[in-house]
Ligand binder design. Structure first.
Ligand code: ZN
Ligand code: ZN
Length: 323
């Protein structure tokens, strides 16, 4: 299609001075301000409003009486209101908490509430549960937000956008490919060396995004380098994949878990290993199967335990172990 003569051929930014500083400011977090007298904070977006209290959190104070006993005395409850914008979202949600939380999350990243939010809830409900101003564990009596959602951190804003993006993508392709989740740090499973664990996009969203999903699926492990078959007493800390973690949780030490994880991998995949290798363990010999962590590498293995199986294949026939 030929470009119309009045179609601009390149992007022209807003005229200087026309940038809406206030709108920009609302896309990033800010510190709370003192709650003005006579107003209540909105339980959702956190701004001060003169609406009625819609919920109250009971409070008490502990003091020591004349007999020296600690006594708990109830004090005035903490009250919250709901501003007109959040009330409208609550109405769209029909009062359902998970739906309301999902709409709150969308409001944080300035996405208007869809007519029917139901399909979004399974994607946005988890991260949505973390965005409202009201945090029952840490209620605030004296503060409110300077503008709606100012308390929501950049990290949470990123996770909301991620969940929304995954939800949108799933509408285009219902069988969306699984997402590859690397460990939170370290680059690969410290035992078998795989670099990512696949997870269905919906499962990722249900766990609150990639970062939380990775923290849940990868299991942290800390041990001296020698437990992974490397030299030295230096402490290595990182993560093991779910397959290796499952073995590890049955074993008493990291070095044993590493050996056992390899043994089970070898059995599952018909890999020949020196027959005595694992019997030695049962007889109390400190056999160490080198974990990926012992290689001091950054790149993960293409296949689990590749750093061990390649050596075994190259060395055929497998030499007998001589005690
Ligand atoms: Zn509000
Ligand atoms: Zn592993």
């Amino acid at each position: 299609m030929p470009a119309r003569s009045d179609t601009p051929t390149k992007y022209v930014g807003p005229e200087p001075g026309k940038l809406d500083a206030d709108a920009l400011r609302r896309t990033v977090p800010d510190d709370p301000i003192k709650l003005p007298k006579g107003l209540l904070a909105c339980e959702g977006c956190g701004i001060a409003h003169d609406g009625p209290a819609i919920l109250a959190i009971p409070r008490s104070r502990t003091y020591v009486n004349a007999k020296g006993e600690a006594v708990e005395k109830p004090i005035a409850p903490l009250e919250y209101t709901r501003c007109p914008d959040c009330t409208r979202l609550n109405d769209v949600a029909g009062g359902d908490e998970r739906t309301r939380n999902s709409l709150y999350a969308l409001a944080v990243v300035q996405v208007p509430a869809p007519e029917d939010p139901t399909p979004l809830v399974q994607w946005m409900g988890t991260i949505g549960g973390l965005v409202s101003w009201l945090n029952p564990g840490e209620p605030s009596a004296e503060h409110c937000n300077p503008y709606p959602w100012a308390h929501v951190s950049l990290g949470h804003r990123r996770k909301i956008k991620e969940a929304y993006l995954l939800a949108m993508r799933s509408r285009i392709d219902i069988k969306a490919a699984p997402l590859d989740l690397p460990p939170p740090w370290g680059g690969a499973c410290l035992f078998c060396g795989i670099g990512t664990v696949p997870m269905a996009p919906l499962e990722v969203a249900r766990r609150g995004g990639r970062e939380y999903a990775a923290q849940m699926i990868w299991q942290g492990v800390t041990a001296q380098a020698k437990a992974f078959g490397a030299k030295g007493r230096e402490i290595l800390d990182g993560f093991v994949c779910p397959t290796c973690a499952e073995v590890g949780n049955r074993e008493v030490s990291v070095s044993r878990a590493c050996a056992k994880a390899f043994e089970e991998h070898a059995q599952r995949n018909g890999i020949r290993v020196p027959t005595d290798l694992f019997n030695l363990y049962e007889n109390g010999h400190p056999v160490v199967v080198p974990g990926w962590a012992s290689l001091g590498r950054i790149t993960p293995n293409a296949e689990p335990w590749q750093h061990v199986t390649l050596v075994i294949e190259e060395d055929e026939p497998v030499p007998e172990y001589v005690a």
